[in-house]
Design a protein around this ligand. Structure first.
Ligand code: HEC
Length: 153
């Protein structure tokens, strides 16, 4: 009886510990924003690859690249709460010291993905030229934000 009860208690403690760890991981915004940017990098690889002719263009693939960019641009800005400059992050201190400038870069990114999503329509840009016209401006927003708001290596 005693052994069983102790085992139950131990199980409870272990369970609580795990729940605590999960809660902590969920509360850290750094891995979330980095994973969102990884998806942006992957979509840039797909879209850029098609633009360069390294990957065959398909409207559905164009649509996927644009949809990923659109979703990322809408969610990314939610994961920079005060204090999240500390930790394993490449975000520059300027994200917080110049929040208005960062918001302006984010707005450019969001505006570019909105136009691209509109051009994408139901089945994606019909041909490579239409895709380039829609996707090019999205790729044009990476550098100016990274230059100021991402740590230079
Ligand atoms: C509004 C600003 C902004 C825009 C626009 C932006 N990025 Fe980023 N990006 C960042 C910041 C800030 C980080 C660092 C995040 C961190 O480490 O906390 C980052 C990190 C990354 C990373 C590394 C992700 C990782 O695994 O840590 C990649 C890849 C990336 N960006 C690609 C892109 C591409 C491609 C574009 C353009 C399509 C783009 N970004 C547009 C701000 C931006």
């Amino acid at each position: 009886m005693r052994i069983i009860r102790n085992a139950t208690t131990l199980g409870l403690i272990a369970g609580l510990g795990l729940a605590g760890a999960v809660a902590q991981a969920a509360a850290d915004p750094i891995p979330t924003r980095q994973a969102i940017m990884s998806s942006v990098g992957a979509a840039a690889g797909l879209g850029g690859g098609m633009m360069k002719g390294e990957i065959a263009y398909a409207p559905a693939a164009g649509k996927a690249a644009i949809a990923t960019m659109r979703a990322a641009s809408l969610s990314f800005g939610n994961f920079f709460p005060a204090g999240s400059d500390k930790g394993n992050s490449d975000a520059a201190a300027k994200v917080w010291s110049d929040a208005a400038g960062f918001a302006a870069q984010l707005a450019k990114f969001t505006a570019a993905t909105a136009s691209a999503a509109e051009a994408s329509g139901k089945s994606g840009p019909a041909d490579l030229d239409a895709f380039k016209e829609a996707f090019g401006p999205v790729l044009g927003t990476c550098k100016s934000c990274h230059e100021t708001y991402r740590k230079q290596k």
